[in-house]
Design a protein around this ligand. Structure first.
Ligand code: HEM
Ligand code: HEM
Length: 336
């Protein structure tokens, strides 16, 4: 804890070069995106397992508080992606290191150049939505839902630390194992770079579909064809305007004989979750030096990452509930 406070105060106090700010921004942006991803994978799985809960989650996502959060999320993803690309390039070609500062400035400039038109487009979606549906904060509902997520995180952490404390009673387990750990760390270091590059087109493509071409508000707009959904069970892809239906239409869309968006989302899920939680592990290892706490947090990280991949994967593999699809077919027949 003392190390964390020291890092924050020193980052603010130290009038360091641009590299210091790039490091801090990269970390904040990565952690911000990870927090969103954690909520998002659980919420999205509700589209399959608890459609009513998913409708409620999307209603909250369309509130002004989350709208501000979405702008921040897009900024985090764009900056982290460009800066991550810079890190990969300079790790690959260390002889270019003298150009680090220029490259860091270029990343900041590139982020602004991408964000300005993106924010303008997103803002038009926002204005259209609030003009029609009014301005409701849904503050109580949001606090009630998000506090359950927070309680879940605390519970996983407490269980992880308790397991670690029990494990530490075994003889010899509290000695650092240098050789073994460094092999794993070497692998994770390479994975962070390879996965980062693979995530760039996947996450930017996903955000372009969900934020620029269509907005989060189109998820519940009647008559809209979800982006990338062309045909579902032989019927035209027009929505009656429920959020689970939007997901059903995308996940049931076939292209060249395959469920294209399910494959896309599985790739994004596995890469982003493993990359993001490995990144969180770096952060934890920087600040939590007590061996029992550190191991407990690492157990919690591993359990959460596995849990998310299982929940998200099962949702993607599962057939979307037939009543959702039936509801869709009835609507399209009514429209005809
Ligand atoms: C968009 C493409 C992405 C690229 C190119 C990228 C690249 C990178 C790189 C190169 C690192 C540094 C690894 C190291 O220091 O060894 C990193 C760290 C990190 N990334 Fe990403 N990443 C991307 C997406 C994501 C996503 C989607 C998340 C969240 C789910 C995320 C979360 C993190 C976190 C938490 C860290 C640790 C930060 C730190 O140690 O300060 N990244 N990323
Ligand atoms: C607020 C911005 C976002 C919106 C509105 C959004 C919307 C959606 C929707 C509607 C789905 C359902 C499936 C589909 O239509 O493809 C989905 C799935 C998914 N999204 Fe996003 N998304 C956003 C941002 C992100 C970001 C930044 C990431 C990665 C860091 C991400 C990762 C995923 C993953 C992994 C899935 C599959 C989830 C599962 O299997 O449960 N999304 N998203």
């Amino acid at each position: 804890m003392a190390t964390l406070v020291l890092t924050i105060t020193e980052t603010l106090r130290y009038r360091g070069k641009i590299g210091q700010w790039s490091w801090a921004l990269h970390r904040i942006a990565g952690l911000g995106t990870l927090l969103f991803l954690f909520l998002h994978v659980i919420d999205t799985s509700w589209a399959v397992f608890y459609p009513e809960l998913y409708k409620e989650a999307i209603r909250q996502y369309q509130s002004p508080l989350f709208t501000v959060g979405e702008f921040a999320l897009v900024a985090c993803v764009v900056y982290h992606a460009l800066n991550g690309f810079r890190i990969v390039i300079f790790d690959w070609r260390p002889k270019w290191w003298s150009k680090q500062a220029d490259a860091a400035r270029l990343v900041m400039l590139g982020t602004i150049i991408i964000l300005v038109p993106t924010f303008v487009l997103m803002f038009t979606h926002v204005l259209d939505h609030y003009r029609i549906s009014g301005f409701n904060l849904y503050l109580q509902e949001i606090i009630s839902t998000q506090s359950k997520f927070a309680a879940g995180v605390v519970a996983v952490l407490v269980i992880g630390i308790a397991v670690s404390a029990v494990y530490s009673l075994l003889p010899g387990v509290n000695q650092p194992k240098h050789g073994h750990t460094s092999q794993i760390d070497k692998f994770i270091w390479t994975f962070m770079r390879v996965s980062g590059i693979l995530i760039i087109p996947l996450v930017l493509g996903h955000l372009a579909m969900m934020h620029v071409i269509q907005g989060v508000f189109d998820i519940t707009t009647a008559g809209v064809t979800p982006v990338g959904a062309t045909a579902v069970a032989g019927s035209a892809a027009n929505m009656s305007g429920t959020a689970p239906e939007f997901v059903a239409l995308r996940w049931n869309t076939m292209f060249a004989g395959v469920f294209i968006w399910r494959i896309y989302d599985v790739g994004l899920l596995i890469l982003a979750v493993i990359h993001g939680f490995s990144g969180l592990r770096y952060v934890v290892n920087d600040y939590a030096h007590n061996i029992v706490i550190n191991r407990g947090m690492n157990i919690a990280i591993l359990a959460t990452a596995i849990g998310l991949i299982v929940i998200g994967g099962l949702a993607i593999l599962n057939t979307i509930p037939t009543d959702t699809v039936r509801m869709l077919e009835q609507t399209t027949q009514a429209i005809r």
